[in-house]
Design a protein around this ligand. Structure first.
Ligand SMILES: [Zn+2]
Length: 400
């Protein structure tokens, strides 16, 4: 794409139109589990801009939304833009509105603004007559926000990636910091239980050394030891270090009655290069040793396992986003990582799809004053458009 064409694409992005569409989208309530209206809004927006839309009911009234902008060269790389149409509960969030450069309301930053920017980017490409080589997919999914969402929308999309119904060489999720977010830790929730075969008898009958509560303390001390070990390991340059933390501890029901069992629930996060199975083995080994020393029966359960993801800095999806940011705003985008686990962990590991995020900001998501800057959305639309034009260029190379 020559400079003139780039100028034409960027000139076709209208921040005020993005602002109007984002506000209208946020005025549609689409909490996880009941996000159908949000998906339909996205579908209508795509149709209004002239794209063919496929609604894929993941559950009754809860469709994923797909639009394919067909390219002209089957051998050129295809790109997939993705976001989720559900939001966490509206709750006490600032109501939908406009305050200067800001659109307020639940779902603005996370992530209706990004989806609108994605549609406007594709629209600007089409109106400027940019011919894509590879296909460009514009997708919105349901069921993202846990615990109500069980990733059913992303998993349906992964099925289509597996069957070849949807094919792409890379994906950009249109939320997150205004930087290329190219790595996340892996994560799992763990639940460790330990049970004594004694009944709930008076503590006068049981030495403290044999009390499950004493072994609960031992387990927590072992966690401290593990944590010190993680601190000492080399930290991942983008997403930091391995972590273990505890959220729920339960044991006992009366001051002088033996607690017959205890339960410790928390989160374990690990760096790219480490696998979930290693984490599981480490916890199982720790509990086996404590079981031997205490005579208690320990059990370890992991759930919500997500392997880490990391997209190399020299992958075209990263390079082209960095370069597009420079073309739009004068400075190259940073490449960052986060501890936070998201859908890229799934698309990369379960879908085999190289994935990164690039969004307007990651500041107010899930807060009660959620908002997004129109100027940031316009920036993103420009970045998405220029990046897609280059990524999906015809293999003859005349689009660079
Ligand atoms: Zn989100």
């Amino acid at each position: 794409m020559n400079e003139e064409m780039q100028e034409a694409v960027l000139a076709g992005i209208d921040p005020e139109a993005i602002a109007r569409d984002t506000l209208a989208f946020v005025e549609v309530t689409s909490e996880t589990g009941a996000e159908g209206e949000g998906s339909l809004f996205l579908a209508d927006l795509l149709k209004r801009e002239g794209f063919d839309v496929d609604l894929d009911e993941v559950e009754t009234g809860r469709p994923n939304v797909y639009a394919k902008v067909p390219g002209s060269d089957r051998s050129a790389p295809a790109l997939l833009f993705n976001g989720h149409t559900d939001t966490i509960p509206v709750g006490e969030s600032t109501p939908p509105g406009r305050e200067g450069d800001w659109i307020t309301g639940r779902g603005t930053e996370d992530m209706k603004g990004g989806l609108v920017a994605m549609v406007h980017a594709a629209s600007a490409l089409r109106r400027s007559g940019v011919e894509l080589g590879g296909d460009l997919w514009l997708t919105g999914v349901v069921g993202h926000e846990t615990p109500v969402g069980r990733k059913e929308g992303p998993r349906r999309l992964i099925e289509h990636l597996g069957s070849g119904k949807i094919a792409a060489s890379a994906a950009v999720i249109v939320e997150g910091p205004c930087a290329v977010w190219a790595a996340s830790l892996g994560s799992a929730m763990f639940e460790i239980t330990a049970a004594s075969d004694r009944g709930p008898i008076h503590t006068i009958k049981v030495p403290y050394a044999e009390n499950p509560a004493r072994w609960l303390g031992e387990l927590l001390a072992e966690f401290s030891r593990l944590e010190r070990g993680f601190e000492a390991l080399p930290h991942h340059p983008l997403c930091g270090r391995q972590q273990l933390n505890v959220g729920i501890v339960r044991a006992g029901d009366w001051f002088n009655r033996l607690p017959v069992n205890f339960e410790v629930t928390g989160t374990r996060r690990w760096t790219p290069g480490v696998r979930c199975e290693e984490v599981r083995a480490e916890l199982e080994q720790l509990c086996a040793q404590l079981g031997e020393r205490s005579g208690l029966s320990f059990e370890v359960a992991l759930s919500n396992e997500r392997e880490p993801f990391e997209t190399p800095a020299d992958h075209p999806v990263v390079e082209l986003l960095c370069a597009a940011a420079e073309m739009v705003s004068g400075s190259r985008a940073e490449v960052v990582g986060m501890g936070l686990v998201g859908d890229a962990n799934l698309y990369a590991n379960d879908g085999g799809l190289t994935t990164v995020y690039y969004g307007p900001a990651h500041q107010t998501a899930h807060s009660d004053d959620e908002r997004v800057a129109v100027s940031q959305l316009a920036h993103c639309a420009g970045v998405y458009a220029l990046m897609a034009a280059r990524f999906c260029r015809r293999s003859s190379g005349d689009c660079t």
